[in-house]
Structures are given as C-alpha cells and as structure tokens.
Design a protein around this ligand. Sequence first.
Ligand code: UDX
Length: 489
Amino acid sequence: MTAELLSLLHHLPRASAADPMRVAVIGTGYVGLVTGTCLAALGHKVACVDIDPERVATLRRGMAPFYEPGLEALMQRVTTRLSFTSDIVAAATYAEVILLAVGTPSMGGGTDLSQVTNAIAAINGALLPGAVVVIKSTVPAGTAAQVERMLREAGHPNSVASNPEFLREGTAISDFLRADRVVIGVAESHAETVLRRLYEPLTSARIPLVVTSRTNAEMIKHAANGFLAMKIAFINEVADLCERTGGDVDDVARALGLDVRIGGHFLRAGPGYGGSCFPKDTHAFAELGRQHGAPLRLIEAAMASNQARREGLGARVAGAIGRDVTGLRIAILGLAFKPNTDDMRESPALPLIRDLQAAGAVLCACDPRAVACASRIFPGLACFEDPYRACEGADAAVIVTDWEAFRLLDLGRLRSMMSGNLLVDFRNQFDPSEAAKSGLRYVSIGRPSVEPSQAAETGGAVVGVSPRRRPAAVWQERIARLPDSGSRP
Ligand code: UDX
C-alpha cells in the first residue's frame, strides 16, 4: 500500500464503535470489491457476495481477481471486518444495507438489467425489516423505483436507494476515500438516515454529500460519464484540427483548462476513450434519451467521434509509416485501456492490433500488467513486459497506453534497439524535440511531428513518414518555428 493511501486511511475517522453497520455487497467486480473493502476500512462489517465460488475462494485468500493498486494490501488490513461468501441469502439476512454492484452490460441499444433483477429475486425473501437496498451499479434513470416495485409485489416493503459510484480504475481506492462527492438518491427519510450513517466517516471528513431523488442520482452518474466522454471526444477533434493547421493541442488544452468554467481534467488528447464504463454508459444514456424522445445529440456525436477515432488508429500508424506495412515489425507499447490496470475492455489497442495484423504487419506488444489478458485475446501475439525487448528489431513503435514506465523510457536506448526510427505516440508522452534528439521520427497527437535531428541519426533503417501528409520541407519549417513546446498540461 502506498504511503499516500496509508495517510489517507489514517486521517479518515472510522465509524465509531457504536456506529459500524452490517453491510452486504452483491458482486465482487471492480465496483463491488473496492466499495466493500473501503467500507470495511471505514469501520463497517462487510460481507461481499459473489455467485462464483472460485472467485470467493481467491478473495478469501486475500487475493484480488484483478489488478488495482493498493487493493490487496487494503483487503489484507481489514480482514476482521471483511468476509466473502457465495451465500447471498445468508448475507441478505445479516445486513442492514445491501449494495448491489452487479454488472449492467449493454444489450442491443439499452441496458441488460438481468443481474440486478436476479439478485433482487434471490434476496427478497431474506431481507431484514428496515434493511435498505442500494443500487450502486450504473443503471438507467427509473431503475431504483422499478426494483422497489418488484420488492413490493413480492410483499417486502424495503426501501430502494440509488448510490452511484465514480471510481476510476487504477485510482479506485483514493477515488472512494477522497471522493469529490457522495451522491445518494432516496425516496424517503429512513433510507436517507441509513445512507448518511454509512458514509458518515467520509462526510465528517468534509466530503460533500448530495441527497437527491433516485432518478436524479441515476441521471447524475450517466450525465457525469457522458460529459467526461464529450470532453475527451472534443479535445481529440481539436487535436485533429491542430495537426492540420500546425497547432499544438497540449498548449491549447492547457490554456482551455485554466478557464475555471472549463477545467483542466479530461482534456488529454489520445487514441479515444475505452474501458468498461464510458463506452457502455454513453450508449445506455443515449438510448434512454431516444426512448424518452429527448435525444442526447451531443452524446451521440461524442460516441460517433470516438468510434471513428478508434477505427482510424491503424490507418494513422500506416499513414505515419507512409508505405505498405506488410511484413513490417511494429511494437505496440500498451495494451490496457489506461495505466495501472490489467483491463483491456474497449482498449484502443484492440482495433489497432486487429487492423495492423489484417494489413500484414508483424506485431509484438508490451504492457506492465495486461500481457496475460492480451494473450487470451490474441493467442499468437508476442508479448513482453519489457518495452525495450518488445522494440528489438522493430521498424516502428506505437505508444497506446500512458503507463509511467513508457514515459520514463530512455528514447536513445529505445532507438538503438529498433531497426527503424519511427515512434508514434498516441499519448503525447514526450517532448517532440527530445524525441528527435534521440534519433526518432516522432509522430504524436495534435502536435507537429518531428524528424530525427541530424546529430542523432544513427544510420539505421528509416521508416518514412508519408511524404504526401508530411512533406519534409514543411516539417523543417515547422520545426524551425517551434517554441520550446511539448510539455504536457
Ligand atoms: C470512468 C469514470 O472516470 C469513473 O468516474 C466511472 O465511475 C467509471 O468510468 P475509468 O473508465 O476507470 O473511469 O477511467 P478514466 O480515467 O475515466 O478514463 C476513461 C478513458 O478515457 C480511458 O480510455 C482514458 O485513456 C481516456 N481518457 C481520459 C482520455 O483519453 N483523455 C483524458 O483526458 C482522460
């Protein structure tokens, strides 16, 4: 566990001895396991439930079934208050609060709520009188009310509340313990009292609590993810325009973000957003708008823009190479959809690898955490944990994920391992002039590309940047005009 997390825990008040609550968390995926572990760290007694007995056995050994920094260490610190079971009825019989953190995957245009309804069907005979059912899974507005009706029809008048999560993979524990806000959606005062008690250790540390209706709480989650997805799609389109006009998207984003009305977060141009949430949640939100005759045109546009961006990544690399990629060896640096996770769901690496392989390139890949996952998806793909090894003999390298390990690469060494000299950087990890000094032809996002500086030329084989898109004379001129640019916002 990092020193930062330890100090965070140390400074948070625990639920006092009289106050700990008995909590059941249904579902031990990302949201459920992080939430259950953090609630135990706050002092509550938590039973995490999963239908998969093998997963429960792994969890009981103190191991997380996925990589999340600090999670296993925290699980091991709170063992006296954190238990795991596949017995959903026993957990429901024990709990004052039941948090549903099951999957809500896309189905057609909408959301598959079967895991939510199955969990409710399993617990509805077992709930204690007064126990509050809380929906943490991301669901369309109106779901909590619908679930409450299900319970009532079965003769159980328990309250149902909404309590969306805003956890990012890779920083989920500090996102929980140092949340920007806790949102609770309730229809009556008992549920509000119970949830206020549950989150008291956070709210007493001055984390704002938003108490609102259930529909609003459900809407807040979709609107938050939709807005962030729009910000990313927006800056990516600005980046495309910067590429055509000779601008620098990092400078533009930095200045935009200094306007407090806009804010600097989620303005990093890149290969398009991925992961388990933004793609799924934007689809569900857009579908909800369609169903209610209130189209979310901006969300629809962001989705289309992001899709086009992802589909165009292979062509971008091929364009930077400037010739047929058949037989060329290309190193893919980064497989996970973002750093500090082993999650490849909707990763930009997926369409990129698929398209480059289809075009005949010979790929090898590198990721500090996602190699096992990639090997399952692309059985023939040569994968390494060491980026220098992945780049050995490569004609070109492509940075897809913004892992710190890649930002710290010694570009001179990288260049010396490669047989070509092209580095395509979809995450703008380097100062272009530094990359050029290392002998690399450097193509990044929304910034002028650079040729290797003369002094750094090592005489290795050169994979050209497309002469049509990037005439050398234009580049020399642009490079000459470049200020000391390239640092990230
Ligand atoms: C997101 C939300 O942030 C979180 O609140 C929600 O509960 C779950 O979904 P997560 O998917 O873990 O979290 O990752 P996040 O850090 O939000 O990044 C999502 C995607 O956007 C990644 O593909 C990332 O690379 C991309 N991104 C993010 C950008 O391209 N640019 C940015 O500036 C920020």
